[in-house]
Design a protein. Structure first.
Length: 260
């Protein structure tokens, strides 16, 4: 385990857990949290044995309550000499990642926490989790979160969440497409383990190349996307994983993925 106080990273078999470790602040985001999550993503991609990233918050009350507002205005302060913002860079990093990430939503998920949820590929949440975009209540708007959220949930629902700022429950979040599974708190980790198990027995090369392709075609027209993907499937078939997968299928055994 790597302990940077604000964020913990721990390798569990082929999964890297990234845990926001500020339970006394409802795992609110500050500069250290952003840097720690980014570092966790880089650790995962530098380790060939890591197959899945799990992002969660410490304790049982909060996944992430959003930006740390203790210093009034500090959470939204910006160095105007820089064209980019650290939180935005974290979202960029997540979208360029080629290893799958799962959000383990164990409690409150608000504001910037919704951005962290949206930057993952899948999500499992406790029934007790509460969600929301309350930024309008303090005079701002969930600008950066919208860049990912509008691609996941229906536009009219996102408009209601962002404009009213009112919270909603886990079942509502699931119905809108934010969550894959909602389970009782006591079953959260077993459901997460079940889901990671359905990923780690598959080809890591196919998943990496697949995530890369999904990202590439997201803004393409159909004609552009089909032209791109018809070449990508041919390239994927040339990998060692593809050769092993086809051989294992013919031999009626489980594949042993080389990851190449």
């Amino acid at each position: 385990m790597t302990d940077t106080s604000s964020v913990l990273t721990e390798k569990r078999d082929s999964t890297l857990w990234i845990t926001i470790n500020r339970p006394e602040k409802r795992n609110a985001i500050n500069a250290d949290v952003i840097a720690g999550i980014a570092r966790g993503y880089r650790i995962a991609h530098d380790d060939a044995n890591v197959r899945v990233i799990v992002l969660t918050g410490a304790g049982e009350k909060a996944f992430c309550a959003g930006a740390d507002l203790q210093n009034t205005g500090g959470a939204f302060a910006q160095d105007f000499s820089k064209p980019n913002v650290e939180f935005a860079d974290l979202l960029r990093l997540s979208q360029n990642a080629t290893k799958p990430a799962i959000a383990r939503v164990n409690g409150v998920c608000m504001a910037g926490g919704m951005g962290l949820l949206c930057m993952t590929d899948m999500a499992v949440a406790s029934e007790q989790a509460i969600f929301g975009l309350p930024e309008v209540k303090v005079g701002v708007f969930p600008m950066q979160v919208l860049s990912l959220l509008q691609g996941i949930a229906p536009r009219r629902i996102v408009s209601e969440w962002a404009i009213t700022g009112e919270p909603f429950d886990a079942r509502t979040a699931q119905a809108a497409g934010l969550l894959n599974y909602v389970v009782p708190q006591a079953e959260l980790d077993s459901k997460l383990e079940w889901l990671t198990g359905r990923i780690t027995d598959k080809s890591p090369t196919a998943i990496r190349r697949g995530k890369y392709a999904m990202r590439a075609i997201a803004s393409m027209s159909f004609d552009e996307a089909i032209a791109y993907t018809e070449s990508q499937i041919a390239l994927t078939a040339m990998t060692e994983d593809a050769r092993e997968g086809l051989k294992a299928f013919a031999e009626k055994r489980k594949p042993v993925w080389p990851g190449k």
